[in-house]
Each structure stands twice: as structure tokens, then as C-alpha cells.
Design a protein around this ligand. Structure first.
Ligand SMILES: *[C@@H]1O[C@H](CO)[C@@H](O)[C@H](O)[C@H]1NC(C)=O
Ligand SMILES: *[C@@H]1O[C@H](CO)[C@@H](O)[C@H](O)[C@H]1NC(C)=O
Ligand SMILES: *[C@@H]1O[C@H](CO)[C@@H](O)[C@H](O)[C@H]1NC(C)=O
Ligand SMILES: *[C@@H]1O[C@H](CO)[C@@H](O)[C@H](O)[C@H]1NC(C)=O
Ligand SMILES: *[C@@H]1O[C@H](CO)[C@@H](O)[C@H](O)[C@H]1NC(C)=O
Length: 435
């Protein structure tokens, strides 16, 4: 009895991997490279799509609702399928309408299809687009290197007209939405490969070395063999009940990632702020979100004013002198008396204080300061005006060389603060494929 059971288990173990390996390899995580465009400061990635596969360059939009690409130019694919009205795909995308197209059929123009609203979040322009599916192929990873290429045969996305590309980096053909919807990249990949609804961004500060986005759980290893997922601090993610998209249907929540900043400290001293701006009201106004389409953090005017005044006086106490502003910044300093440290120039530290006083996201010089010349450095934060939709938008410069993990299932953000402390950077993922 015991021996036949052992035999049964043994053959079972042998049988499963063999057949599994042949038919379908299931990755634990995926990886895509992310570059920084020097002229627009947008973050770009390239995925392969269509049959035959072609590389498609996309602007990474952390809070974007889905993938949208220009189908008006050069979209050739034998595996393109429009989503038919009232199909499961349409309901997954919350696309209720049903449309026809009155010109020659082509990808993006078919009858009896449902439509969504592709959104250029850089220029804040949205338009109608056909929902469709096609093959998408990306590299899997073991957390250390890229592994074999895997495909999702029916990846949902939206077609868009060419004009929607305006304002995006040249050569970009659309935007890659990593937001909270069921058809954004994180959820589609997680459901295609049955892995955790988690993903992590690690943006490089260099325009010549790639950063990385991981889909799935860690490890997220950066050279020299540092698992950046081991140094995360966690804070809840919040859902803004009112969509922040350029166009939307009523009742739709925002696809963006909001956190709760309760106060801000400069050199560990709290600044005085109008606290009601820091929470999201019933109209969806206020609060703090994280964005990859804003190159620098944007603050509502009264917050910006209190923040910059506190920073200037803390800098003065360190003998750092103010000089004339250089646009788009309002606050710049002489680099004299500013020393270099592992985490960038030695300037006052900035803490975004989260759920309680002991949980905070500390921003050091590498993420607060922008060098505009050898002699002048500026505070890399900008004034968002008196009545912005969202009071604080944490932008790209503040995210670079920080690992951020978004866990959709538990609605939680993990953040590492500067990886420079750990003697690595987001450009240190080993993109050399494992043989
Ligand atoms: C959609 O149907 C209309 C009316 O039947 C037709 O004129 C049009 O050519 C069709 N469009 C496409 C893209 O097939
Ligand atoms: C604080 O902000 C809220 C929301 O914008 C505003 O209604 C209120 O007047 C502000 N309070 C002060 C003291 O400025
Ligand atoms: C600032 O400069 C003054 C005068 O030169 C000096 O006494 C003081 O120690 C300096 N403070 C710092 C923090 O370097
Ligand atoms: C602060 O929040 C963290 C995580 O939510 C918790 O573990 C810790 O006990 C809290 N600390 C205080 C002082 O409330
Ligand atoms: C990067 O990965 C490749 C493939 O596993 C390996 O051969 C190489 O040594 C790694 N590079 C470094 C710097 O560790």
C-alpha cells in the first residue's frame, strides 16, 4: 500500500512537469524595460504586439486605464479582433455602448463593437476608440534576469486615432495604462498567468540606462544581488470615487493610485497646512496621487507656498543661498555649500508623513533637487495653482531610484525610499537573458 502510494506520487510528479512544460509555461512574474525620454521626460516602454509581432513603443502611465495604441497608421495583424457589443470583453472594460463605423473596415473601424475612451493624460485629451484584442508578448522573469518570452493571445486594448499621440514622445505609438481597472496591464497579466495582482515600478533617473517594471510578486533583484522587495514600508492605497480621467461616464471611480499624506516635514519639522486639502472630498477633489506623467511633484498653491518657505529657511540654516529661479522651478540655490552624499546633494530632508508619525516617505537630495547647471540647483517641485483637482501629485523625479510596489488585492503601496542608500539604482536590473 505504502509503496504503491509512493509510486503513484512519483509518477504524478514526473508526469505533471513534463506535460506542463510542453504545453504552457506559467511565469511567476514579468518584466519590461522603462527608459526616460530626454526631451519630454516621459517614461517609455516597448512591448511586442500583433501577428506578426512588432515592437510598440508606449508612454508608461501609472494611473492609466488600459493600453491604447494608434490603429490609424501601420496596424497590420492577422490576430486583431474587435470586441463585439455586449460581449464579456465589453463588460470587463465597462464599455456599455455599441457602435458602427462608416468607412472601410480596418483595425479601429468595425461594426457592432463597443467603445471606450482612450485618454492622453499628458495633454488631457480623450476620444472614442474601439475596444479590441490582440496578441501581446513580454518577457517573464525569475526576479533576477529576463526569462522566456510569454504571450497573452487576447490582450484587451483600445484603438485610437493618430491625433491622440500629440504631446507624447516622438516614436511613441500609444500609452501603457497600469491603473486599477480590470483591463489595465497589472490585472490582465495577473489573470492571464494566475499570479498576484501586484506590480512594481523602478524608474531610472538616467536617460541612457533603463529602469524596470515588474508584474507579479518579488523578488525584484537589482545588481549587485539586492532584492529591493525586502526593504519596503507599507501604506494603504485609496480609491478616489470620482474618475480623474479626461472623459468618463458618471459613477466611474478613478483608475489612479492615491495615498494619504497627513503632513509634510522639512528637516523633521512639520509645516502647517490646510488639512482638508489632504483628503479626497465627495466630489473627488483633493488628496495625493502618484503619477508617471508629471515629471515633478505638483502641489496646490497654499501647500506649495508653505512647503517652499520651510525648505528655503531650512536651507538658509545650512548656509545654502538662494539664487534666481530657472523655469519651471520657482526655488533655486547656489551649489556652493552643498555637499554630495550617497543620496544626492545635502539639502534639507522632506518627509511625506503617512498613516502615523512613524510611517513616512523620506525624500533626499537625489529626488528633491534638479541640477540645472554646475552652479545652480533647483527644488524639483512645482506650483499647481489654487484649485487643482488633486492637491499633491507625486511626480517622476521623486519616484526615480525608489521601488514602489502596488498591491491591488490588499490595496496597499510598498515604498523603499532611495535605493541609493542600498548602493543600487533602478538602472541595475540585469536585462541580460538567462540562457
Ligand atoms: C457598417 O454597416 C454599415 C451599414 O450596413 C455599412 O454601410 C458600413 O460600411 C459598415 N462598416 C464597416 C466598417 O463594416
Ligand atoms: C482649506 O481648504 C478648503 C478646501 O479647499 C477650503 O474650503 C478652506 O477654505 C481652506 N481653509 C483655509 C483656512 O484656508
Ligand atoms: C554658516 O556660516 C556661518 C558663517 O560663515 C558659520 O558660522 C556657520 O557655522 C555655518 N553653518 C553651517 C551649518 O555650516
Ligand atoms: C504606525 O502604523 C504602523 C503600520 O500601519 C503600525 O505598525 C505602527 O504600530 C503605528 N505606530 C504608531 C505609533 O501608531
Ligand atoms: C547578468 O546575468 C547573466 C545571465 O544570468 C550573467 O551571466 C551575468 O553574469 C549577470 N551580470 C552580472 C553583472 O551579474
Amino acid at each position: 500500500m505504502a509503496s504503491s502510494l509512493a509510486y503513484f506520487l512519483f509518477s504524478f510528479l514526473l508526469f505533471i512537469p513534463a506535460s506542463y512544460g510542453k504545453t504552457s509555461f506559467r511565469p511567476d512574474a514579468l518584466v519590461i524595460p522603462v527608459s526616460k525620454d530626454a526631451s519630454t521626460l516621459q517614461y517609455l516602454t516597448t512591448i511586442n504586439q500583433r501577428t506578426p509581432l512588432v515592437p510598440v513603443k508606449l508612454v508608461v502611465d501609472l494611473g492609466g486605464q488600459f493600453l491604447w495604441v494608434d490603429c490609424e497608421q501601420n496596424y497590420v495583424s492577422s490576430s486583431y479582433r474587435p470586441a463585439r457589443c455586449r460581449s464579456a470583453q465589453c463588460s470587463l472594460a465597462r464599455a456599455n455602448g455599441c457602435g458602427d463605423c462608416f468607412s472601410a473596415p480596418r483595425p479601429g473601424c468595425n461594426n457592432n463593437t463597443c467603445g471606450v475612451l482612450p485618454d492622453n493624460t499628458v495633454t488631457r485629451t480623450a476620444t472614442g476608440g474601439e475596444l479590441a484584442e490582440d496578441v501581446v508578448s513580454v518577457q517573464s522573469t525569475d526576479g533576477s534576469n529576463p526569462g522566456r518570452v510569454v504571450s497573452v493571445s487576447k490582450f484587451l486594448f483600445s484603438c485610437a486615432p493618430t491625433f491622440l499621440l500629440e504631446g507624447l514622445a516622438s516614436s511613441a505609438m500609444g500609452m501603457a495604462g497600469l491603473g486599477r481597472t480590470k483591463i489595465a496591464f497589472p490585472s490582465q497579466f495577473a489573470s492571464a498567468f494566475s499570479f498576484h495582482r501586484k506590480f512594481a515600478t523602478c524608474l531610472s533617473s538616467s536617460t541612457t540606462a533603463n529602469g524596470v517594471v515588474f508584474f507579479g510578486d518579488g523578488p525584484y533583484r537589482l545588481l549587485p544581488n539586492i532584492d529591493a522587495s525586502q526593504s519596503l514600508i507599507y501604506t494603504p492605497l485609496y480609491i478616489n470615487p470620482v474618475s480623474t480621467a479626461s472623459a468618463y461616464t458618471q459613477g466611474e471611480p478613478s483608475a489612479e493610485y492615491f495615498i494619504r499624506v497627513k503632513s509634510i516635514r522639512i528637516n523633521e519639522k512639520a509645516i502647517s497646512l490646510n488639512k482638508s486639502l489632504l483628503s479626497i472630498d465627495s466630489e473627488g477633489v483633493g488628496g495625493t496621487k502618484i503619477s508617471t506623467v508629471n515629471p515633478y511633484t505638483v502641489m496646490e498653491t497654499s501647500i506649495y507656498k508653505a512647503f517652499t518657505e520651510a525648505f528655503i529657511s531650512a536651507a538658509a540654516a545650512m548656509n545654502i543661498t538662494r539664487v534666481a529661479a530657472v523655469a519651471p522651478f520657482n526655488v533655486c540655490f547656489s551649489s556652493k555649500n552643498v555637499y554630495s552624499t550617497r543620496v544626492g546633494p545635502s539639502v534639507p530632508s522632506i518627509d511625506l508623513v503617512l498613516q502615523n508619525e512613524s510611517v513616512y516617505w523620506r525624500i533626499f537630495g537625489a529626488n528633491s533637487i534638479v541640477y540645472v547647471s554646475d552652479d545652480v540647483l533647483c527644488l524639483g517641485f512645482v506650483d499647481g495653482g489654487a484649485n487643482p483637482r488633486t492637491s499633491i501629485v507625486i511626480g517622476g523625479h521623486q519616484l526615480e531610484d525608489n521601488l514602489l510596489q502596488f498591491d491591488l488585492a490588499t490595496s496597499r503601496l510598498g515604498f523603499s525610499s532611495s535605493l541609493l542608500f542600498r548602493q543600487t539604482t533602478c538602472a541595475n536590473f540585469n536585462f541580460t537573458s538567462n540562457p
